[in-house]
Design a protein around this ligand. Structure first.
Ligand SMILES: NC(=O)c1ccc[n+]([C@@H]2O[C@H](COP(=O)([O-])OP(=O)(O)OC[C@H]3O[C@@H](n4cnc5c(N)ncnc54)[C@H](OP(=O)(O)O)[C@@H]3O)[C@@H](O)[C@H]2O)c1
Length: 277
């Protein structure tokens, strides 16, 4: 039903290139927010154990009347689940909260390189994948050197790497590494939590095209080939963010936006982040 193109992952699984993120949506508001996204046409939801709102996503799935295979659902292993036993037990809880016998994509949320061995956590995800309860597995916030270590020590190449990307942090080195190794890149905080929307370049391009800066930014991601899932609890914005497939940015506009890179993170640095709560 939707006009959203799909990206084919390295195991053949297809993911809608535009989805809906639920980070920081309070648990008791998540069901309604996701139902709004479904009404608008989104068929890809990005949640995480750490967001505390998988149950709301599950409730929305149940209430939506949509068949399970019409929706692509991602969740992520929380930083507190460091041992294989904890990781496996937490995955069972994820399935229970989502009301499903599988997730479409399960990710290691953060590498936590100073805290624990992410290779061991990856082996647990491999086991989950082999059991058929995750259609694809991947990582989040992995730098190329983390991915090289996984590649050297494990069997399955991650299907995706979900990292912070927006016009102020283009992260092109990671994107190039991912592409070279058959890993799809997912761009989190695609509008930098709103912090890029007053940028004069984005405002100028938006005015020229009769679009909003958020739409121009999301379109830039789409034309770069990344997967995105902006978050909003505001219906008008949920609709606005979905309307990015009926216009195009010129090569000059694309280059002007990419040139805005200033290495600005809105979130933690993956090499030092060590929060295990
Ligand atoms: N893997 C990771 O470590 C990680 C980290 C962060 C995020 N993520 C994922 O990425 C998703 C998106 O990232 P994010 O939520 O951090 O940030 P984001 O999508 O870049 O921005 C969300 C913020 O922008 C506002 N907004 C949304 N659309 C807008 C529009 N059209 N015009 C003006 N403002 C707009 C929202 O406000 P309202 O909601 O008030 O409308 C909200 O405050 C998350 O939900 C999560 O799924 C993953």
């Amino acid at each position: 039903m939707s006009s959203v193109p799909t990206v084919t992952l390295n195991n053949g699984v297809q993911v809608p290139q535009l989805g809906f993120g639920v980070f920081q949506i309070p648990p008791d508001e998540t069901k309604d927010a996701v139902l709004t996204a479904f009404e608008v046409g989104y068929r890809h939801i990005d949640t995480a154990q750490g967001y505390g709102n998988e149950q709301g996503v599950g409730d929305a799935l149940a209430a939506s009347g949509l068949a399970r295979d019409e929706v692509f659902v991602t969740s992520k292993l929380n930083n507190s689940n460091l041992t294989p036993e904890d990781a496996m037990a937490s995955f069972e809880l994820t399935l229970e909260a989502l009301g499903s016998d599988h997730v479409d994509l399960f990710l290691i949320h953060w590498p936590l390189p100073t805290v624990s061995d992410f290779v061991a956590r990856w082996r647990t995800l491999e086991e989950i994948y082999r059991s058929g309860r995750a259609r694809a597995i991947g990582v989040s916030n992995f730098q190329p050197h983390h991915l090289r270590k996984l590649h050297a020590e494990t069997t399955i190449t991650p299907a995706v790497n979900q990292v912070e990307i927006h016009p102020y942090l283009t992260n092109d080195e990671i994107r190039a590494f991912d592409a070279e190794h058959g890993i799809a890149t997912e761009a989190w905080s695609p509008i930098a939590k709103g912090q890029v929307l007053e940028d004069p370049v984005l405002v100028r391009i938006a005015e020229q095209l009769g679009r909003t800066p958020a739409q121009v930014t999301l379109r830039w991601h789409v034309q770069r080939g990344d997967i995105v899932f902006p978050k909003s609890v505001t219906r008008r914005r949920v609709e606005e963010n979905f309307a990015v497939f009926d216009f195009e940015l010129s090569a000059t506009d694309m280059a002007d936006i990419t040139a805005l890179d200033r290495g600005m993170r809105t979130g933690p640095d993956p090499d030092t982040f060590a929060f295990v709560g």
